[in-house]
Structures are given as C-alpha cells and as structure tokens.
Design a binder for this molecule. Structure first.
Ligand code: BT5
Length: 266
C-alpha cells in the first residue's frame, strides 16, 4: 500500500488524516481501530490493509481478504444517540458505491440491504459497522472490505466477484481515498439530517425493489443463511426514513425490518 498515492487523492479534513497502512495485517482492521480508540485516537483515524487475516463479517461470519483486496476501518466518534446509528451502515454503503462508480460500472453497481455492494448480482464489497463504549466514550468503527483485483474466488464463495472481474479497474489506494472523501461528506450530512436525505438515492440503486423477497431470521440460526427460517415474505418496497427494509405483504400491509437478511427471489 502506497501512502503517497492515498494522500494524492485524499480531500478530507478528518477521515484518513491519521492513517495506519499495512500490506498485511494478522487481525481484523476493525479490532485494530478499536485498539487505537482505547489509546485515545481521534475521530477519522483509519487503518487500511491489503491482505487481512481473520476478517470479520456479521453474526460471527468470516470475511475473506486475500491478495487483491482492500480492508479499511474508520473510527467515528458520533454525537448521535446510539439508537439513531443503525442507518449509518446504509449511508456507508452509498458512499462506497459512489466511490466505486467513479471508476466505472455505473448502474450495474447496486446496494443489497443492508450492507453489501453487488456488481452484476455478485458481491464485491461487505460493510461491518461495530459500536462499542471505549473509555466510557461511544465509538463506532466502519469496516469496509472491497474485492478489488482478485482473479478468482474459492468454490465456497460462488456469489463473490472482484471489481476487476466485473470490468471495473480501480487502483486500491485511489479507491480507498475516494471512499474516505465520499464518506466524510455523507457522514456529516447524516449527523445533521439523519437518513431521510439518502432514502431516494438508496432506493434507486437497491437490489430487489418491486420484486418478491424473503426476510430471513439469520440471527436465530447463528448467522447460517442456508438454515435460516423465513420470517416474512412479500414484495420489497425499498427503505423508510430510518433505513428499515420495507416489505409489502400479500394483503397490502407493510412491515419495516431494522435487522435480518434478505433473500431476493429472481
Ligand atoms: C459482511 O458481512 O459482508 C461484512 C464484511 C466486512 C469486512 C470488512 S474488511 C474491513 C473490516 N475488518 C473486518 O474484520 N471486517 C470489515 P456479512 O454480510 O455477514 O457477509 C459475510 C459473508 O460474505 C460470508 O459468510 C461469505 O458468505 C461472504 N464472503 C466472505 N468473504 C467474501 C468476499 N471477499 N467477497 C464476497 N463475499 C464474501
């Protein structure tokens, strides 16, 4: 990872101005940032790695970050009450989506509620926001994993692709800087006005709007999607002003889900 190249593209005031860079890190960049938070690191402190061993997904899942990937984690010290923070994951997905589309892909780059970015239906990015109280202060770490230039994936990840395999050629350092540029702006907008200003953009690039969807209870199955029970089925109607997934049931009633996982029926 080339620091000068990141700095060349970085236009932020705070995000990424304190930067830890690793070609390889042996543990999750999210945990690395929480450690720095415990040492008093300021808002915006960022850790970026090429290869990340022991990367984390949601619900105890693993995130594969081998050669050709980008793993980055950003420390946020929000002045927002904890219960208002969940939609920040969606905001972060929009920032990363915009950073990616700066290199190509346009309409093919979509968000899958709540935390994935897909290109041509395959997952190129996953986002994990974690919140903890560190030294009695509320800290959020936004973790972003992007498959940038891998040429292949293991057989057990048939739904994964890299930007390169999807026809988008991005330099990791430039992409990382653009993610920070977009997220700084979007984070400030979110702190001022909540998720409402993002609803139409999110809905416009969201996978599955108007299509039949199942909401899965993956938390109850310990994160295992295959064995997760279907909590509800209906037609996806986008997201509401709190970033919740809207499902229209066959009788016309609308349910809003703050958590869970979505399976879109094609
Ligand atoms: C996520 O979880 O997608 C969140 C991934 C967050 C990774 C970043 S990297 C920087 C920071 N440090 C960390 O330790 N984590 C964050 P989830 O929605 O639960 O999806 C996990 C599932 O995605 C796995 O169970 C696999 O099925 C699949 N998966 C794992 N690695 C993948 C990859 N590289 N590309 C596409 N899919 C992958």
């Amino acid at each position: 990872m080339d620091r000068a190249l990141i700095e060349k593209h970085l236009k932020t005031k705070r995000l990424g101005q304190k930067l830890g860079l690793f070609d390889r890190i042996e543990y999750s960049t999210n945990d690395a940032v929480f450690e720095l938070a415990g040492e008093g690191a300021s808002h915006g402190t960022t850790v970026i790695a090429g290869v990340q061993e022991n990367g984390k997904g949601r619900l105890g899942r693993t995130w594969l970050s081998g050669e050709g990937s980008l793993a980055m984690s950003i420390l946020l010290r929000p002045d927002v009450p904890a219960h208002e923070l969940p939609p920040l994951t969606l905001v972060c997905a929009l920032s990363v989506r915009r950073a990616i589309t700066g290199f190509g892909g346009n309409g093919a780059v979509r968000v899958k509620w709540p935390n994935d970015i897909l290109v041509y239906g395959k997952k190129v990015c996953g986002i994990l926001l974690e919140q903890r109280t560190v030294s009695s202060k509320n800290c959020v770490v936004a973790g972003i994993g992007v498959n940038v230039s891998q040429e292949s994936f293991p057989d057990d990840l048939p739904g994964a692709a890299s930007l390169r395999l999807s026809g988008i050629n991005a330099e990791r350092e430039a992409l990382a800087a653009e993610v920070l540029n977009h997220f700084e702006e979007d984070y400030e907008k979110f702190v001022r006005g909540g998720f409402e200003p993002f609803v139409s953009e999110y809905t416009a690039c969201m996978v599955g709007v108007g299509v039949h969807a199942d909401v899965l209870d993956s938390a109850a199955s310990g994160g295992d999607k295959e064995s997760a029970a279907i909590a509800a089925s209906g037609v996806c109607r986008g997201v509401d002003t709190e970033g919740r997934f809207l499902l229209e049931l066959p009788d016309g009633e609308r349910l809003a889900f703050a958590g869970g996982e979505i399976s879109i029926r094609s």
